[in-house]
Design a protein around this ligand. Structure first.
Ligand code: ADP
Length: 342
């Protein structure tokens, strides 16, 4: 009992100054306006007793509230809560309860986000190792076969060397894509925005991609924008976007055509890359921009894909404050588009 009172009083110590101040005022008031010394003395004793009881009650309440806050904080530290609504304080502390609940929610989201990043990092590393291993194993296999005697067999030696060379080229593409993605994601990729003539720019890229389209017997057509139209962007980085999108369109089209269009809008130029290829299902559309995601792994590898192209495209387009959009129907074709500022 006495210990309890001692604790209560020590908890209400913070209000001691205010109490003393009011007690002194009351006592002065008694002395000034009451002449009878006995009454003054009785009033002073009464005041002190009341103050003592009052301080005890305030201390008790303060201690209870502090204990409540302490137990909530300890609960958060020990991960005893799963949801913010499980954090409860008395009605007087409603505002504090709201704040703690919001803080808890934010911390929980931050932790989830960090865990997700960690998972993604591990997955990425596993993917990178796997992707690197595939061409290295293949190259190793061809070299071993050549060393084991195939080198002297004129019917196959060139074929094996060609294959090994193809895998070396794939490896090179993969490493370049990996360097790009790590530069983009670490924020090291410097962008340099300028106005440029979009028709001249796309025509040049189309010329470069033409042999690839011809090889597959696919028509590659450009529908130019208004003569002299200037769009704003980083020409070097955008080249990667155009090349990846047109290359994909050719890679994933067996017959028909690939069209590139620039549609002029009041403030933007909308760039469209359209193909009559295999198309992409709705579920896959949601994932094709993830690193290493391929709808058909074997097919992507067979056409020299790294699974990183669209992830790079998305980053570069977003760095231009734009968004890449996809419309596609399996068996009919796909359309990738984004806007550049005029
Ligand atoms: P990849 O190197 O495998 O082509 P990308 O990141 O460029 O990787 O594309 C991811 C996946 O999206 C591809 O593996 C393919 O399945 C699908 N894809 C991309 N572009 C097209 C397209 N034009 N038509 C059909 N599928 C496509």
């Amino acid at each position: 009992m006495w210990n309890e009172i001692k604790n209560n009083l020590s908890s209400s110590k913070v209000y001691l100054k205010e109490f003393l101040f009011f007690n002194v005022i009351f006592i002065l008031f008694f002395f000034l306006f009451i002449n009878d010394k006995t009454i003054v003395l009785t009033l002073i004793i009464l005041l002190l007793v009341l103050s003592f009881v009052f301080l005890n009650l305030i201390g008790y309440k303060r201690k209870r509230e502090l204990n409540e806050i302490k137990s909530v904080v300890a609960g958060i530290r020990k991960n005893s809560f799963n949801y913010p609504s499980e954090i409860k304080l008395t009605e007087n502390l409603q505002a504090l309860e709201d704040e703690i609940q919001q803080m808890f929610e934010k911390d929980k989201n931050d932790i989830e986000y960090l865990k997700k990043l960690e998972r993604m990092r591990t997955e990425f590393l596993a993917n990178v190792s796997h992707e690197l291993r595939t061409p290295i194993f293949a190259i190793q296999g061809y070299i071993e076969t050549l060393l084991d005697g195939a080198l002297d067999d004129n019917k196959v030696n060139k074929y094996f060397l060609d294959k090994a060379n193809q895998h070396t080229l794939n490896l090179n593409v993969l490493i370049n894509d990996l360097i790009d993605i790590s530069m983009i994601e670490s924020g090291e990729m410097r962008m340099s925005y300028r106005y440029f003539n979009i028709n001249e720019y796309i025509n040049q890229i189309i010329q470069e991609m033409m042999p690839m389209a011809n090889e597959k017997n696919i028509k590659l057509v450009y529908f130019p924008a208004r003569d002299g139209l200037q769009l704003f962007g980083d020409k070097v980085r955008l080249k990667q976007v155009f090349t990846n999108l047109i290359m994909n369109a050719i890679k994933y089209t067996e017959q028909g055509k690939v069209e590139v269009l620039v549609e002029e809008e009041p403030k933007f130029g909308k760039i469209i890359i359209r193909d009559t290829g295999i198309g992409i299902s709705q579920e896959d559309i949601a994932r094709i921009f993830e690193r290493f995601y391929r709808v058909d792994k074997a097919r992507s590898r067979a056409v020299g894909g790294t699974g990183l192209g669209l992830a790079i495209v998305k980053h570069i387009v977003e760095a231009h404050n734009s968004k890449i959009e996809v419309k596609s129907e399996p068996g009919v074709g796909s359309e990738f588009s984004f806007r550049l500022k005029k």
